[in-house]
Write a protein that binds this ligand. Structure first.
Ligand code: DC
Length: 240
């Protein structure tokens, strides 16, 4: 590989984005959240009213649009769809839902291989997703796999929902917790067992437990491991 690539994989809700963003910032590398590219496909399919399982219509739709990546002031990638920054629209719940379906289509995964591999060519990269170390960057210099026990994910999600004003009584909280348990478990099983590009933890990946220490400490451990392998912070970071 003609540049340094660090991959960060893991299931949903493990904190991959916060960790990889902060790791990239400390190293002065570009941070690429590849979920953005998949989300753009879900977004386009929804806005074009294409059935989410219609693989050939979605492939056709993709061939009519341009996805390009630019780096923002913080060193993170932002996505332009036909030249327009649409990142904020990509995180709406209905786009997340649509994306979980369109991301499973072979034509979509195939169409996104090159854009991911060629993103910010020549620049050191922290690439985050579900199949970075296993499929997209098999020769990456360091491969991390972020892990959080399901029970902790349930607690965190519940806390977020309560904070947002959901489930005010004890009874409502208990029933929301049971619902979250099932939803999170089913989503993780789906992600880990799907036929195409399942979220895989391979032997060469460094497993990072993100359930018990503060973000700063977890990132520091990741940073120490990267630098111990002789990878040094970039002298000319993307945001400078
Ligand atoms: O990481 P995220 O929540 O932004 O990902 C959005 C969706 O895209 C989610 O359904 C998982 C999927 N995805 C994927 O299948 N492969 C990737 N490399 C990144 C994301």
């Amino acid at each position: 590989m003609d540049r340094t690539v660090i991959t960060v994989d893991g299931l949903a809700g493990t904190g991959k984005t916060s960790l990889s963003k902060e790791l990239a910032r400390r190293l002065g590398f570009v941070h690429l959240s590849t979920g953005m590219l998949y989300r753009a496909v879900g977004y386009l399919a929804l806005s074009s009213k294409i059935a989410l399982e219609d693989e050939s219509a979605i492939a056709d739709m993709l061939s009519q649009h341009t996805l390009s990546l630019v780096c923002d002031d913080s060193g993170s990638a932002r996505l332009l769809l036909d030249g327009e920054d649409i990142v904020d629209a990509l995180y709406a719940p209905e786009v997340s839902e649509a994306t979980s379906k369109t991301a499973q289509l072979g034509a979509v995964r195939e169409a996104l291989v090159e854009p991911q591999r060629e993103a910010f060519a020549g620049k050191p990269l922290v690439a985050e997703g579900r199949d970075m170390g296993s499929v997209i960057f098999p020769d990456a210099d360091v491969k991390f796999f972020i892990s959080v026990p399901e029970e902790v994910k349930v607690q965190r999600r519940l806390a977020q929902l309560i904070e947002a004003g959901h489930a005010k009584t004890e009874q409502e909280r208990n029933s929301l917790k049971e619902k979250m348990k099932i939803e999170i478990h089913e989503r993780d099983v789906r992600d880990a067992e799907r036929n195409l590009a399942p979220t895989l933890q391979t032997d060469e990946m460094e497993v990072v437990d993100n359930s018990s220490q503060p973000l700063e400490k977890v990132v520091q451990n990741m940073y120490n491991l990267v630098t111990a392998r002789g990878i040094l912070p970039c002298q000319d970071p993307p945001s400078s």
